[in-house]
Write a protein that binds this ligand. Structure first.
Ligand SMILES: [Cu+2]
Length: 300
C-alpha cells in the first residue's frame, strides 16, 4: 500500500498548487523536464512491428503497452516532483467536468491560478500562469529544434462525457487488448476504447503542444494522462483485474515476431537498461496500489 493519494487539480489547496507549480518549474530549470519530453518523443518515433499498421504502432502508443508505459512515465514524473517536495502527489484533470461546460476554454483550469490560458493574438502562446513563455530544446532525431508552449483550444471537438467513461469501465466483457494489438479501431478492447475515443480527443481539444510528439511539453499532459490512468485503475479495481495483461510472448506482429518492450515480462523503452533496477517490467506496474491510490473513482 502506498501513502500517495492523487486528487483532482481543482481540489488542491492554494498552497499545494503553489508547491506543485514551483516544483514543475524547478524540473524545467534543471533540465529534467526536457528529459521527460524527449523520452516520450523517442518512444513515439520508434516503430514496433513491421506489418501494415507498424507505422502507427510505436513503443508508447497504439499497442497494449500504451497504458503501462504512461503509468511508469507518470510514476517517474511524480517521483521527480517528490524529490523536490515529498508532500506532492500528481493531480489529475477530470475533463468530464469541463465537457459539460457551455464554453470549456473558460474553465478555471485555464486561468492564471491554475495552468494559464493561451494568447490568441500570439499564435496560442501561453503568456500567463505558472508556465508562461516556456521554451524547449527538443532532441528530435534528425530534427533538433526549439519550441514554445502553445495551446489552441478546439471547441469543434467534444471533451469526453462522464457517461462514456463509465460505460467503458463497466463493460466487463472487454478484454484488456487483443490481436492485432495496434491502432486499428475495427476491433474492440478496453485499451483501444480508452486510447482512441477518450484519450485522443483531449490532446486534440487542447491543441498546440499537446498535439505533437513532444506533447508532455505542456504540463497538462501529465494531468490528462493521470486521468487516463485513473480510468484504467478504476477498471482494474472494479473487476478485480489488477493482473490483467496478455501472457508472456503473446504480443506479436503479423509475421509472428515478438514485439519488443511491450510484452508483460519486458522492460519498457527507453528505460530498458538492464543494469538499472528502477527500470520496471510491464508486469510490475499492473498493480498500481503499490505506488498510489486515487481519491475518487468514476464507478465505485
Ligand atoms: Cu496522451
Amino acid at each position: 500500500m502506498s501513502n500517495i493519494e492523487r486528487q483532482e487539480i481543482r481540489s488542491l489547496q492554494p498552497g499545494q498548487k503553489t508547491t506543485l507549480f514551483r516544483a514543475i518549474n524547478q524540473l524545467k530549470q534543471n533540465g529534467i523536464y526536457e528529459k521527460f519530453v524527449n523520452w516520450h518523443g523517442i518512444a513515439m518515433m520508434t516503430k514496433a512491428g513491421t506489418e501494415l499498421f507498424g507505422s502507427i504502432r510505436n513503443l508508447a502508443h497504439y499497442s497494449p503497452v500504451f497504458l503501462p508505459w504512461h503509468r511508469e512515465y507518470l510514476i517517474r514524473f511524480e517521483n521527480a516532483l517528490r524529490e523536490i517536495d515529498t508532500s506532492i502527489s500528481l493531480p489529475y484533470w477530470d475533463w468530464t467536468i469541463d465537457a459539460e461546460f457551455q464554453d470549456p476554454p473558460t474553465s478555471i483550469i485555464w486561468t492564471e491560478d491554475f495552468l494559464g490560458g493561451r494568447n490568441p493574438t500570439q499564435n496560442g502562446l501561453v503568456t500567463d500562469g505558472p508556465f508562461k513563455n516556456w521554451k524547449f530544446s527538443l532532441n528530435i532525431p534528425g530534427n533538433p529544434r526549439e519550441a514554445y508552449l502553445r495551446r489552441d483550444f478546439d471547441n469543434a471537438i467534444q471533451l469526453p462525457f462522464r457517461r462514456d467513461v463509465e460505460l467503458v469501465i463497466k463493460n466487463n466483457l472487454l478484454e484488456y487488448d487483443k490481436p492485432p494489438w495496434d491502432g486499428n479501431q475495427d476491433y474492440n478492447s478496453f485499451r483501444i476504447s480508452l486510447e482512441r475515443p477518450i484519450h485522443n480527443p483531449v490532446h486534440n481539444w487542447v491543441g498546440g503542444t499537446m498535439e505533437e510528439a513532444y506533447s508532455p511539453g505542456d504540463p497538462v499532459f501529465f494531468l490528462h494522462h493521470c486521468n487516463i490512468d485513473r480510468i484504467w485503475a478504476n477498471w482494474q479495481r472494479k473487476h478485480n483485474y489488477l493482473d490483467r495483461y496478455p501472457a508472456n510472448d503473446k504480443i506479436r506482429d503479423r509475421r509472428g515476431r515478438i514485439i519488443p518492450f511491450t510484452n508483460r515480462n519486458h522492460k519498457m523503452f527507453p528505460w530498458n537498461d538492464i543494469n538499472d533496477n528502477t527500470h520496471k517490467r510491464v508486469q510490475q506496474v499492473l498493480d498500481f496500489t503499490q505506488y498510489y491510490e486515487y481519491r475518487e473513482y468514476y464507478v465505485p
